[in-house]
Design a protein around this ligand. Structure first.
Ligand SMILES: O=C(O)CCC(=O)C(=O)O
Length: 318
């Protein structure tokens, strides 16, 4: 795949057409070399200090949270809230330009996710479609940009994709082992796993994938940890209730959601609103409509917790 083009057109028309066809793309050098170490050390420090744990921003991606033990698969959403310098990187600029090229001018950052897969013990991330984590009551345009912060191969858990699965409906998913307190979802429908395409990358390269593209990462059998920084972009989701059901979301409730809820009650809600306000698109009717429906759904959902099915932060959820 070709390198990153400057500013407005981040990828060529041929690359964009390939993305639309196969549902993913590999991008060389989307992160400038001088920023790789900065992003890497910023995220590793956040993990080391368990920053945001009490707010539900850090959690174990594959097990129940136990603060007395190291997480089996440390995971963090929205690290920019704790390290705002991340937002100032050229990587963020390039990623936004790419998202706008592929999704349209009203695309904006929906969330971030950092995943640290430990060396030798880091488990797989099961096959899934990101849309399976979202509320079934909306129509979406969403993509994720997965940045490698060291070289990645199948051995340490590079992304693997099923080409063309972006054209599938959302397939059936379930919680691993039926445990609805865990973060991952796994796709339990039939799909051609033998078509999986691994996407090895150098540090600073990324993959971009559509929210319906089936993807997976293998256990990390290498001795070193594998760190990825994922940016998720969307356009305002359109409310279309009653079209479909995602029963696998019913009754999902993670330890980090409990911590987040407790933090909100201790005054964290106001902090969260203040954090999100600068990026809220208050002048766009489409974004305002989405924010209002989301807020109403959240209140209704809060009344009947623990349950799920609504919008939640990326991979909090996930
Ligand atoms: O890095 C991983 O292990 C999984 C990432 C993922 O599922 C995603 O970016 O949507």
């Amino acid at each position: 795949m070709g390198g990153i083009m400057e500013e407005t057109s981040v990828i060529s028309d041929a690359q964009a057409a390939l993305y639309q066809r196969q549902g993913f793309l590999t991008l060389e050098g989307i992160c400038p070399p001088e920023e790789i170490e900065l992003i890497r050390t910023t995220l590793l420090d956040l993990f080391k200090n368990r920053t945001g744990y009490d707010e539900g921003a850090q959690y174990d991606f594959v097990s129940r949270d136990d603060p007395s033990k190291p997480a089996k698969f440390p995971s963090m959403h929205d690290p920019r809230h704790y390290a705002p310098a991340l937002l100032k990187t050229r990587y963020h600029q390039h990623a936004l330009a790419l998202a706008r090229q592929l999704l349209g001018e009203d695309a904006a950052l929906y969330g971030e996710h950092a995943l640290l897969k430990p060396g030798l013990t880091g488990p797989e991330t099961p096959w899934h479609q990101d849309e399976a984590f979202r509320s079934p009551d909306f129509e979406y345009k969403e993509l994720s940009i997965w940045l490698a912060l060291q070289p990645v191969t199948e051995e340490n858990g590079c992304m693997q994709f099923i080409p063309g699965s972006n054209k599938y409906e959302v397939l059936e998913h379930r919680s691993p082992g039926g445990d609805k307190s865990l973060h991952p979802l796994e796709c339990c429908a039939d799909f051609p796993r033998e078509l999986a395409v691994p996407a090895p990358l150098q540090a600073g390269d990324a993959t971009v994938h559509h929210m319906r593209t089936l993807h997976y990462t293998a256990p990390n059998t290498s001795p070193a940890p594998r760190l990825a920084y994922i940016l998720i972009f969307n356009t305002p989701p359109v409310y279309k209730p009653g079209r479909r059901e995602f029963p696998w979301l019913e009754g999902r409730w993670t330890d980090s959601q409990t911590r987040r809820k407790q933090w909100h009650k201790r005054g964290g809600l106001a902090i969260e609103v203040m954090r999100r306000l600068p990026s809220a698109r208050l002048t766009s009717p489409r974004w305002m409509a989405w924010a209002t429906i989301r807020a109403v759904n959240k209140v209704l959902r809060g009344k009947r917790q623990p349950a799920s099915g609504g919008e939640a932060p990326p991979k909090e959820v996930a």
